[in-house]
Design a protein around this ligand. Structure first.
Ligand code: SAH
Ligand code: SF4
Length: 345
């Protein structure tokens, strides 16, 4: 929902100020999917809002659910015919998280990522980003899924810092106590390393978590895997991150997808350790090793024993290192698998 549009529509038809309170509570807290479900609103108000400020800017095309009920993937239609995918995950019985997309496709073109293979069609509008959370709140209500959706990660399709303005506006809506009311510390944004936007983000959203998709710690290898590195090589990225750490004093997360024989060797672990040490603030750094989810690319996942050895090497240098659980893999909704394939539509 575009809150400004809805408020303007109410004003246009001469409604008192308390009307907006009724509307926002129904939409964001009670997750109504139609204004007709809001009994306190007069009929003409429901009609005007329905015409001028629809609750959702996206419509459901389909939802796939994993058999264990812990992962759901939705394909959503945008008003201009574009499509995005978004994922709802239940990492623990009481916790729900959604993974939102920020663009249709992605221009960065990381060699292992399905979204990267698509190329970029367009950025999402702020409302199209935050409406993915609203969509899942409505879905949970409709399906009788217990609990509240209060965690959001910007790790779906797209590079959030390639459309910073839109992402910033969507973050403001999510954090706003009178709208979604999601705690800033319950939100994470993941970037492939757009250095100047890291500065902006640290200043604008010091409480929102930042994750950096590193995947390699030498320029030669990183430029090959994550082409963003050509624009912002490791030295530049490191400078931005040092400033970020000084400014925020917040934990900083690194993602590192392990690719067999490419970035999982002992020398890769050593390069990672050396580069991380250069950032200082060692106790704030947390590395998430990601098991490669098969995509239509020539990469292969690292063997479990090699992954463990890599983890132990980096841990023994004093860093926190976890291996990320891969919820959603069975429905193609895990990290890097989000792609709108024509055959799936
Ligand atoms: N564009 C942003 C956010 C979306 S991707 C970024 O790159 O950070 C979310 C995470 O999934 C990133 O760390 C990305 O590198 C990782 N990823 C991409 N493809 C993957 C794959 N096939 N298997 C596992 N992780 C992948
Ligand atoms: Fe884009 Fe992130 Fe995929 Fe790279 S990993 S292509 S930046 S979505």
């Amino acid at each position: 929902m575009d809150a400004a549009k809805a408020q303007a529509a109410l004003k246009d038809i001469g409604q008192p100020a308390y009307r907006w309170d009724q509307v926002r509570k129904a939409v964001f807290d009670q997750a109504v999917s139609s204004y007709d479900m809001v009994a306190v609103l007069p009929a003409e108000v429901r009609k005007a809002l329905g015409e001028k400020a629809p609750i959702l800017s996206l419509t459901e095309r389909r939802v796939d659910a994993s058999p264990d009920g812990r992962a759901y993937k939705a394909l959503l239609d945008l008003p201009d015919g574009g499509k995005v995918e978004t994922v709802l995950l239940r990492p623990s019985p009481t916790r729900w998280t959604t993974c939102v997309s920020s663009q249709v496709g992605c221009a960065v073109g990381c060699t292992f990522c399905a979204s990267g293979l698509m190329g970029l069609t367009r950025d999402l509008a702020p409302e199209e980003i935050s409406d993915q959370v609203l969509f899942w709140r409505q879905y949970m209500k409709r399906m009788g899924l217990d609990g509240r959706l209060d965690n959001v990660v910007y790790m779906g399709m797209g590079e959030p810092f390639a459309c910073y303005e839109q992402v910033a506006a969507s973050l403001k809506t999510l954090i706003d106590q009178k709208l979604f009311g999601i705690g800033a510390r319950h939100i994470s944004v993941s970037t492939s390393g757009v250095a100047p936007r890291i500065d902006d983000f640290g200043r604008d959203f010091p409480q929102v978590n930042l994750a950096v998709s590193l995947h390699a710690a030498t320029d030669e290898l990183r430029s090959r895997l994550v082409p963003m590195n050509k624009a912002y090589p490791l030295a530049k990225l490191g400078e931005a991150l040092k400033n970020y750490l000084t400014l925020t004093n917040r934990k900083l997360f690194f993602e590192y997808v392990l690719l067999k024989g490419e970035n999982d060797r002992p020398q890769d672990a050593q390069a990672l350790i050396a580069w991380l040490k250069g950032l200082g603030s060692l106790s704030l750094l947390h590395v998430n090793l990601i098991v490669f989810n098969q995509t239509d690319t020539p990469h292969r996942p690292t063997d479990e024993s090699d992954a463990r050895r890599f983890q132990e090497r980096v841990m023994s240098a004093g860093f926190k290192v976890t291996v990320r659980q891969n919820l959603g893999r069975d429905i193609g909704g895990a990290c890097g698998q989000l792609v709108v394939l024509e055959k799936a539509v």
